[in-house]
Ligand binder design. Structure first.
Ligand SMILES: C[S@@+](CC[C@H](N)C(=O)[O-])C[C@H]1O[C@@H](n2cnc3c(N)ncnc32)[C@H](O)[C@@H]1O
Length: 292
């Protein structure tokens, strides 16, 4: 095996099967690299499946849902936190025509590729993708109309620091929209509770979700309000995310075939169980809030 293949093999082995070895967020995404399940882009989200028939459609439907919820439109200055490979920014620039999109992402390898994608799309003038953290934004006070974060805020250390920063950079009347992962409420049934615990901890361990971000929707609302946001609205969209993705991947095993051999083993183990059990501990929310 060439050196980088050996590194990747042992990297995956450690990441997926060693319960005592956690990776930093950037190490996780460096390891995953460009192995997105989408065929025409490099999305890394689970997708919004209400009207989608393919993984590419679902992966685009999620950022479109976020943009629509935030009323993204011409003239808006948008701040996108956790932009992955920038496909969502290209999608928004083409479909919603905002004045400017600034992006922040901590994974250097993604930043480089995302910038190239934006340049190839001829959108460098309106899309400015930077390396930087959502919890410490090098962005001026009150300079942004809309802050968005698609399937990333659960990573932030901490999500509350992100809320504080988002409020600072938003203009009065500005909006914050996240598509985010939170735990489900503990069941009274002991067996179900174990399933929930396993499901959350597996994902939180592999994807480096800090313990500080472990809270339910009512606390999410409370923390947004404590940060200074108003008109807060949080909806669970979990039924349009996990189960349809699980069903799609079960029926279309070719996508599992695209994965790293070790990730494939993990995926096969997962797909042989029911979605209800695999995702028992995971809620998925669309959250909206405004700066007064
Ligand atoms: C699951 S991926 C989602 C990427 C993209 N939004 C998509 O839908 O394809 C999570 C992203 O969050 C980024 N991220 C994690 N922590 C971050 C932080 N503190 N600040 C900015 N980006 C962060 C990761 O680098 C990665 O790009």
């Amino acid at each position: 095996m060439p050196d980088n293949a050996t590194d990747s093999f042992f990297g995956y082995l450690n990441w997926l099967f060693n319960p005592f070895h956690g990776l930093k967020t950037t190490e996780v995404y460096d390891l995953i690299g460009t192995s997105s399940l989408t065929e025409h882009a490099l999305y890394l989200n689970l997708g919004y499946w209400r009207e989608a028939n393919t993984i590419d459609e679902a992966s685009e439907a999620l950022p479109l849902l976020v943009a629509k919820r935030g009323g993204m439109g011409p003239g808006d200055t948008v701040l996108d936190c956790g932009y992955g490979f920038g496909d969502q920014d290209i999608l928004w620039a083409r479909n919603m025509n905002p004045g400017k999109i600034i992006g922040l992402n901590i994974t250097k390898s993604q930043v480089e590729r995302a910038r190239k994608n934006v340049a190839d799309a001829g959108l460098e003038k309106s899309v400015d993708l930077r390396e930087g953290s959502a919890t410490e934004m090098l962005i001026e006070n009150e300079s942004v109309d809309l802050v968005v974060s698609v399937e990333s805020a659960f990573h932030y250390r901490t999500r509350e620091d992100f809320f504080r920063e988002a409020l600072r950079v938003l203009r009065p009347g500005g909006r914050l929209v996240t598509a985010d992962i939170v735990p489900t409420e503990n069941s009274d049934n002991l067996f179900r509770r174990m399933e929930q615990w396993l499901s959350w901890n597996l994902v939180a361990g592999k994807f480096n979700i800090p313990q500080e971000n472990y809270y339910l929707i009512p606390s999410y609302r409370h923390k947004l309000s404590k940060a200074g946001f108003v008109h807060i609205d949080i909806t669970s969209i979990r039924d349009d995310v996990y189960a349809p993705l699980h069903e799609y991947l079960s029926k279309n095993r070719k996508f599992v075939g695209k994965m790293h051999p070790l990730a494939k083993i993990m995926a096969e183990l997962t797909l042989n169980r029911s979605a209800d059990s695999v995702y028992a501990g995971l809620d998925y929310i669309l959250s909206y809030a405004e700066k007064p």
